[in-house]
Design a protein around this ligand. Structure first.
Ligand code: AMP
Ligand code: MN
Ligand code: MN
Ligand code: MN
Length: 288
């Protein structure tokens, strides 16, 4: 390595947010790692929703294929009556408090799914619970994504985006509010398991300036470390905006594709992560 590269760290090809069949992705952990390796990803995090069970297979595949795995998770959180997601990176996948906390977060999903199905039936779309179940690959993890895949496969909607905007986003007929983990608990579990907490895709929350400041302040106060600046759902403007906020709030920056599977969402691919705006501290410096 030349002194020049040492003085100015090379951008490592990192993708720190992705999903496997153990939550709402369509590939196995091994399939993800193979795809990541083929696409030149050097540092890769599997971050299944509320679930750690894919991390053993991911670790084996990563070791075989020369990819560095950052064991991760994406925790569903309810904060101020909103759903937000907190990614944990570098966690111990066997940590008891994290494991039991996540088991509790997963627990209400089937009941919620039945309610979603009842709500969709009211607007004339029947048997969506059964339909969604056909897409579920982890019996513990039925999510809106599985409903969305069913509604696309059965011809009710054009694509996933269409499903969410017509039926599954907050305020739409199939949306059922749910109580997830508290922000405090999610960050405590992640930190206790030796990880760092990252506020996922902040641009996706419909939240005013003031509430966002409040969220970032609390996030930091209870032990949060970083926010996602580069993620597939952010525009260039959002990356700039969250870069400024990261600096203002003294947070590190993360980046990940939030990949769920080939052909799932236009323009989303493993390793396709916009470079971070300059002046930020990448959270991946902790893992390389
Ligand atoms: P759940 O945890 O059951 O509420 O499902 C949330 C999941 O739905 C997210 O992790 C995304 O994978 C997916 N999702 C949410 N909003 C959208 C959207 N607008 N378009 C596509 N997928 C979405
Ligand atoms: Mn998802
Ligand atoms: Mn998310
Ligand atoms: Mn995600």
């Amino acid at each position: 390595m030349s002194s020049e590269t040492r003085a100015r760290p090379r951008a490592v090809r990192a993708d720190l947010h992705s999903h496997s069949r153990h939550s709402d992705g369509t590939l196995t952990p091994r399939g993800l790692i193979e795809r990541a390796a083929a696409r030149g990803v050097e540092l890769f995090a599997l971050t299944d929703h509320d679930e750690l069970v894919g991390l053993d297979e991911a670790a084996c595949a990563a070791a075989e294929l020369g990819v560095q795995l950052v064991p991760g998770v994406e925790v569903s959180v309810t904060w101020a009556a909103r759903t937000i997601h907190i990614v944990g990176l570098g966690i111990d996948r066997d940590h008891p408090a994290l494991k039991s906390g996540l088991a509790r977060v997963r627990a209400g999903r089937h009941e919620r799914a039945r309610e979603m199905s009842d709500e969709l039936a009211r607007v004339g779309i029947d048997r969506t619970y059964e339909g969604a179940l056909a897409h579920v690959t982890n019996p513990d993890m039925i999510s809106r994504t599985h409903f969305a895949r069913h509604l696309v496969a059965s011809g009710v909607c054009r694509d996933l985006r269409d499903v969410f905007s017509r039926y599954l986003a907050e305020g739409k007929p199939g949306y059922v509010p749910h109580r997830w983990a508290t922000l405090d608990d999610a960050i405590k579990w992640i930190n206790a398991a030796g990880g760092v907490a990252v506020l996922a895709h902040p641009g996706r929350y419909s939240i005013g300036e003031l509430a966002l400041s409040e969220l970032l302040t609390q996030f930091r106060a209870v032990g949060g470390t970083a926010i996602e600046v580069s993620t597939s759902s952010h525009t260039a403007d959002q990356r700039r905006r969250f870069a400024v906020l990261a600096q203002q709030f003294g947070l590190e920056a993360s980046g990940g594709s939030d990949f769920h599977g080939p052909g799932e969402s236009a323009g989303v691919e493993l390793g396709l992560v916009a470079e971070l705006p300059i002046g930020l501290t990448p959270v991946w410096h902790r893992f390389v």
